[in-house]
Design a binder for this molecule. Structure first.
Ligand SMILES: [Zn+2]
Length: 74
């Protein structure tokens, strides 16, 4: 009886470890695949500079020359 419990315990340790690793990497994968930024990409029509601005702005002034630009669509 004592030996059986010991065998069960040794069998359970890797199972628990694998389940733990699975959830750990599932959590990391979720963090990795989510978008890094929600910012919009703008490209200046005047100086061709590419820059980003907040998601909620429609028109953004260029940080280089000040020209107001629309969001750049790929
Ligand atoms: Zn510019």
């Amino acid at each position: 009886m004592k030996t059986d419990e010991l065998i069960m315990l040794y069998a359970l340790i890797p199972v628990v470890a694998i389940i733990g690793y699975y959830f750990y990497f599932a959590k990391r994968r979720k963090q990795f695949t989510k978008p890094v930024t929600t910012e919009k990409i703008f490209r200046c029509v005047n100086c061709k500079m590419v820059y980003t601005d907040d998601e909620d702005v429609g028109l953004s002034p260029c940080p280089n020359c000040g020209t107001t630009n629309e969001e750049f669509k790929f």
